[in-house]
Ligand binder design. Structure first.
Ligand SMILES: Nc1ncnc2c1ncn2[C@@H]1O[C@H](COP(=O)(O)OP(=O)(O)O)[C@@H](O)[C@H]1O
Ligand SMILES: [Mg+2]
Length: 356
């Protein structure tokens, strides 16, 4: 999958831009505040319906403009597709694929698989479990077609269960819900475990490439103790759950534990090393996706050079080049990226939202 063209209207400080893109590396070079991250956010938004830093549409629509509009042309091995997306200040979204309306955000995500590496992305390692769950679920979403509907059912059932916890005096009142919920939770747990099992060797190998001095260990935690049926957990936890009006254990508590010598990576490694672990996770996920689907992800890498020494930048660049995917990289000056520019790459200079 590659973007051959993108048009951006009224997106943060970018009033209008129309870019024809390289299907290899696209470098976006500009000073602080010139609009580099905004350009990456516009691309991200085409695949997610929202920006990665700002949830409120009012923040991403250009000041004094009623709406933002994005358009892109996507090439895959079989066909060319177009995506159009607009968002108003009242949070009304229109998604058009090949000119037709009525699509959902999941349709965008299927069409435009994106791996994002940003300075904020350290959350994946240093933030709460939700960041790592969403990493695992990205893979489940793209590799197991049944995952989305299982997930939607689970969300609905948990909502009903948690509401019911407030009113029920004995466990039998919850039993009909739990009979429906338990197999879905276990299925989700199994899909996640399966995905992790497939991707862990690749993560470990990539980490070894980037940080040969450390032996990374990855472990998936399903959200409740192993070997115990989830239905038994729900029954056993009833009194406690009732007390807090919330289901305390389950797939909504799943996590990914990354350790070196039994120490969590976030407690041991430096910022630069953590950045490499984060890159290893994203790259492995993207490479596994390509291997399984024959399609490639788009990589968005904000502030490529930050936290990394020259040697590590070279390692990362080499790995990205070998992924044979479309990559967008931002940098504050060209010197940071000169060593990696190839003849099929494109460099865009951005100044106060104007791209040349
Ligand atoms: N809604 C908006 N309308 C117009 N300009 C905006 C809006 N939101 C942010 N900006 C401006 O966009 C500029 C670009 O931000 P950003 O893309 O983060 O820059 P960079 O990544 O190049 O450092 C900032 O200087 C900011 O003031
Ligand atoms: Mg930036």
């Amino acid at each position: 999958m590659t973007l051959s063209q993108i048009k951006i209207h009224h997106f943060r400080n970018i009033d209008y831009a129309e870019l024809s893109l390289s299907n290899h590396f696209n470098y976006i070079v500009g000073d602080n505040g010139s609009g580099k991250t905004s350009l990456l956010e516009a691309i991200y938004m085409l695949g997610h319906g929202r920006a990665f830093r700002h949830i409120q549409s009012n923040r991403i629509i250009q000041h004094e403009k009623p709406e933002l509009v994005l358009f892109s042309q996507i090439e895959s091995s079989q066909q060319t597709r177009t995506i159009g997306l607009s968002k108003t200040r009242h949070n009304e979204n229109t998604i058009k694929i090949d000119g037709d309306e009525g699509f959902r955000l999941t349709d965008l995500a299927k069409l435009l698989p994106i791996q994002l590496i940003t300075p904020e992305g350290f959350d994946l390692l240093t933030g709460g479990p939700k960041y790592r769950r969403s990493f695992i679920d990205w893979g489940c979403f793209h590799h197991y077609p049944e995952f989305v509907s299982l997930w939607n059912n689970l969300k609905r059932l948990f909502k009903q269960r948690n509401a019911l916890l407030k009113q029920s005096s004995n466990y039998n009142q919850l039993l009909p819900w739990d009979k429906e919920l338990a197999p879905i939770a276990e299925k989700i747990g199994d899909l996640r475990a399966n995905y992790c099992q497939n991707i862990f060797p690749q993560i470990i190998e990539t980490c070894h490439d980037f940080l040969p001095e450390y032996q990374l260990n990855c472990q998936y935690y399903q959200g409740w103790e192993y070997g115990t049926p989830y239905a038994d957990i729900l029954y056993r936890q009833f009194e406690r759950d009732k007390f807090i009006n919330y289901t305390s254990l389950g797939p909504h508590k799943a996590d990914l534990k990354l350790r070196v010598d039994n120490i969590p990576v976030e407690d041991l490694l430096s910022r630069g090393q953590l950045k490499l672990v984060m890159c290893a996770l994203r790259l492995s996920q993207g490479e596994y996706f390509s291997e399984k689907t024959g399609q490639s992800c788009i990589y968005l890498i904000d502030d490529f050079a930050s936290e990394l020494d020259q040697n590590k930048r070279n390692l990362l660049a080499k790995r990205l080049k070998s992924a044979n995917s479309q990559v967008f990289i931002t940098a504050v000056n060209q010197a940071q990226i000169t060593h990696m520019i190839d003849e099929n790459d494109k460099i865009f200079h951005i100044n106060s939202g104007i791209i040349s």
